[in-house]
Ligand binder design. Structure first.
Ligand code: NAD
Ligand code: MG
Length: 388
């Protein structure tokens, strides 16, 4: 903590859905938080606007061709400007922040997050891909460095909240809730014709494009199963997925006495974001409350894993472990990108992931460089399938 007791926050991925909502939480709580670092990949305009508003110590623009624009705009300030991929790790290595909000999307978030853990910084983790790819290495390092990794993903935040006060009690299982996405109840004959704009309409949450497609294919829930395994040290048979279309129960924990704890709230990512940033304290806010008199039903149903086969692929990766989740993630990132660019169909996403998992060599106990190699190999192979 800084002398003035404000928590100094480094927002990695500040221009995204989670990043901008993180800044809204900071803006609403100026006595608790201040911004130390902001990073963005391509949106220089928004990054500049954010920097002028929040006065961080440093900003990073990933796209080097935008460096001059950012540098020029911030010339009248004393904000340090960096550019390029390596700069993310450089600023993650700064001493001057207390907590990283890891809100970059995809594999790109892994290196800077690992650097922050190595530096002993608290992590508010939105970037689930970091744990999907290298959860063993990240969690091991976090234990060694005594770094708290507090989930921002709403399901994992729910489980984390249910576990407060339960450190001595064994988890029997966790129940991850899934909204089911925009295509709940649909079959392959419908899904084969689905286009980008259909998949980008999520019923309950407004999010970045990649996670919105992942929610539509249920890969998001698959990634979340793997994320949960690492965060809460679970075996695959302790992780159950259930469809809950209203997104009111954000997830549940069942204990050995059969008691189940659930965490509820209206679907609003600012709640898990501010919970992670303020932990162990809850921060008062004026967001809308659930009115149980108006909430007539909460529904639950089994996921349709025959149609949404990504969930089976992710279960396989969860069970086999090694570099398989890393391969699944890399192939999925390429396939989702290709789908968003209208190069492949909705059902092809699963086919690309499945073929990549079959093709790339399995490594049972990978080290960090194995993960980077597997990621690269899986990306190249998946790209050859979508003819990029
Ligand atoms: P987004 O696409 O809206 O934002 C991504 C951010 O990362 C942007 O600031 C972008 O500039 C940056 N970025 C993108 N590619 C990058 C790269 N190669 N290198 C460095 N920075 C890069 O995504 P989002 O929806 O905010 O999701 C961020 C993360 O949070 C994802 O891992 C997602 O799964 C997770 N998450 C998001 C939500 C949500 O409601 N949006 C909920 C739960 C979890
Ligand atoms: Mg989630």
């Amino acid at each position: 903590m800084a002398d003035n007791n404000k928590r100094r926050i480094a927002v990695f991925g500040s221009t995204g859905s989670i990043g901008t909502q993180t800044l809204e939480v900071i803006e609403a709580n100026p006595e608790l938080f201040e911004v130390e670092i902001l990073t963005a990949q391509t949106n220089d305009k928004l990054l500049i606007e954010q920097a002028l508003k929040f006065h961080p110590n440093a900003v990073v623009i990933g796209d080097e061709s935008k460096y001059d624009a950012v540098k020029t705009a911030l010339l009248p300030t004393n904000i340090k400007v960096f550019a390029g991929e390596n700069a993310l790790e450089e600023v993650a290595d700064f001493d001057t922040y207390d907590m990283m909000v890891a809100a970059i999307v995809g594999f790109a978030g892994l290196k800077p997050t690992l650097k922050a853990v190595e530096k002993g910084k608290a992590i508010a983790l939105a970037n689930k891909e970091t744990l999907v790819v290298a959860g063993d290495i990240v969690m091991q390092l976090a234990v060694e460095k005594r770094v708290p990794i507090i989930p921002v993903d709403s399901e994992h935040s729910a489980i984390f909240q249910c576990l407060v006060g339960e450190t001595r009690n064994k988890i029997e299982k966790i129940i991850l809730t899934a909204s089911g996405g925009p295509f709940l109840g649909k079959k392959p004959n419908f899904l084969v014709n689905v286009k980008r704009h259909h998949a980008l309409q999520h019923p309950n949450w407004v999010m970045g494009a990649k996670i919105t497609v992942d929610s539509a294919t249920l890969m998001n829930k698959g990634l979340e199963m793997i994320e949960a395994k690492w965060l809460f040290n679970l075996s695959p048979d302790q992780i159950q997925v259930i469809i809950h279309p209203q997104s009111i129960i954000h997830s549940m924990v069942q204990f050995e006495d059969g008691s189940v704890k659930a965490q509820m709230g209206l679907p609003d990512m600012k709640l898990p974001i501010q919970y992670a940033m303020g932990f162990p304290h809850r921060i008062a806010n004026k967001s809308p409350r659930i009115d149980f008199r108006k909430l007539s039903v909460l529904n639950f149903e089994e996921p349709d894993i025959k149609t949404f086969r990504n969930l089976s692929l992710a279960s396989l990766a969860l069970e086999k472990g090694g570099n398989l989740p890393c391969i699944l993630n890399a192939a999925n990132e390429i396939a989702v990108w290709a789908f968003l660019n209208n190069r492949i169909g909705f059902l092809d996403i699963t086919a690309v992931v499945e073929k990549s998992m079959e093709k790339i060599s399995f490594i049972e106990k990978p080290n960090l460089s194995d993960y980077f190699e597997s990621d690269g190999e899986a990306r190249n192979f998946a790209a050859s399938l979508v003819k990029m």
